[in-house]
Design a protein around this ligand. Structure first.
Ligand code: GLU
Length: 448
């Protein structure tokens, strides 16, 4: 199948490439302003201009040639289709714990096509195992592809599918589960699984990478080895999210699934525990617990699966000048829950009050988390907060907006009864509420 339509090229460049029957990966010759460039046609870089043709020269350098009327372009050779031979699966050691690695997509499950420079989501869980052969010394690894998606394309449907798949493998008796996932929405998935998989007998660790697994600078191997080690042997049995602890490739930290957030666009230590402490660290193949408050591993525990999430829940971020018609819009569309991302201790403008009252009167569950992220909502301090409470808005204490949103989706996936849903929303299911606000300096330091 031709890749030229999806290559990002447009206008005269696309016309010329099609006219010359060129596809991505073909060898082309471009003549412009008396110079001739010959090399492999590669896709347009994400932020590049669509009318500049990019050629990977023999030297390895990429050259961009602006396509004008005088430019000549011809195909001089057919490209060989990119192939990826799966590395051999390492030998299993029967004395080691049994861990299943599920792959869902994202950078950790991607590889670079070095010929064209593009990153493709094409590596299966068993390829991952082959790329990181050290895993064979850590666990008996079994692999499974659940889906292959960039995490921005994951919805409640995939959370349900994933929770059900994990439950099935746990019921079969594995010692731990690792889920390879894109980092963009990995924390939403870890929160979703935390609510959907209750009374876990073994750990479930979601893991990602900021650089694909076949790049020399990849963080995938360290993250994956650490995650598999924790899944197979750690004494806790909760949903955790494992990534680099610092920018160095030394060790990983496992955050609690409901208390973690992606905080940096590109750093390897992008994930931070928010309003809570990490559960464990893994360094030099040693698991060290970071807290004594955790659910314990116990193979006798019977997993409780509650995999349903409502799709009729919206997040409304308050900002100066927010038009309350946005709240009315969701109510008219039949939404069952609205999470307000309020300012400071838990406020939205008085201009939104009538719309909120209308929403509550229609049976919509309206909850509030603070956009400050750090700290706890306290709606008893100022009139605004008290007014909102009197309308029936439910404060989510120290839950930051993403976890609050996932919890609201989960709660409304369990019941349509507003009072019951409110009660469930305020019940601590997976460590999303702690008894007291932890000192922020300690949290920022990442330890007790
Ligand atoms: N945006 C993609 C995702 O979240 C790739 C980024 C990543 O995995 O870090 O799946």
């Amino acid at each position: 199948m031709s890749q030229i339509e999806d290559s990002g090229y447009e206008g005269e460049a696309l016309r010329l490439l099609k006219q010359a029957d060129c596809d991505i990966g073909d060898i082309i010759r471009v003549s412009s302003k008396g110079k001739v460039y010959e090399g492999i046609l590669i896709p347009r870089p994400e932020l590049g201009e669509g009318t500049i043709v990019i050629v990977k020269m023999k030297s390895g350098y990429n050259v961009g040639i602006k396509v004008t009327k005088d430019v000549k372009l011809e195909k001089v050779g057919k490209g060989t289709k990119p192939t990826f031979a799966s590395p051999p699966i390492p030998k299993q050691n029967p004395a080691l714990p049994h861990v299943v690695i599920m792959s869902t997509g994202g950078t950790i499950a991607s590889r670079v096509d070095y010929r064209t420079g593009a990153v493709r989501s094409a590596i299966s869980a068993s390829d991952l195992y082959g790329v990181v052969p050290e895993l064979a010394d850590v666990a008996r690894v079994d692999t499974e592809i659940v889906f292959s998606l960039y995490s921005e394309n994951i919805t409640q449907k995939q959370w349900t599918e994933l929770a059900e798949t994990v439950a099935k493998r746990i019921e079969q008796g594995v010692d731990g589960v690792v889920i390879a996932h894109g980092t963009d929405t990995m924390a939403y998935t870890s929160a979703a699984l935390s609510f959907a998989l209750q009374n876990l007998p073994v750990p479930v660790i979601v893991v990602g990478a900021q650089r694909s697994s076949d790049r020399p600078s990849s963080d995938a191997a360290t993250n994956l080895i650490g995650a598999v080690k924790a899944a197979g042997e750690a004494p806790f049995a909760e949903v955790g999210l494992a990534m680099h602890e610092t920018v160095s490739d030394i060790g990983i930290v496992v955050h609690r699934g409901t208390k973690v957030r992606k905080c940096h666009t590109s750093r390897r230590d992008t994930f931070k525990s928010i309003n809570g402490f990490p559960i464990a660290k893994v360094k030099d193949l040693q698991v060290t617990m970071q807290t004594d408050q955790y659910q314990h591993r116990d193979a006798k525990k019977k997993l409780v699966l509650k995999p349903n999430f409502s799709e009729k829940v919206a997040l409304v971020k308050f900002y100066p000048g927010l038009d309350p018609a946005i709240i009315d819009f969701y109510v008219e569309k039949g939404f069952k829950g609205i999470l307000l991302e309020g300012s400071g201790l838990g406020h939205v403008s008085k201009f939104c009050f009538d719309a909120i009252k209308r929403a509550v009167a229609k049976g919509v569950l309206v909850a509030l988390a603070s956009q400050c992220i750090w700290g706890r909502v306290n709606m008893n301090v100022y009139d605004t907060g008290r007014d909102l409470l009197s309308f029936g808005v439910v404060p989510l204490d120290e839950m930051f907006p993403e976890t609050g949103l996932v919890k609201l989706m989960w709660v409304l996936g369990q019941t349509d009864e507003v009072e019951e849903a409110k009660k469930l929303l305020k019940t601590n299911i997976a460590g999303e509420f702690s008894l007291r606000t932890l000192p922020q300096e300690k949290i920022l330091e990442g330890g007790q």
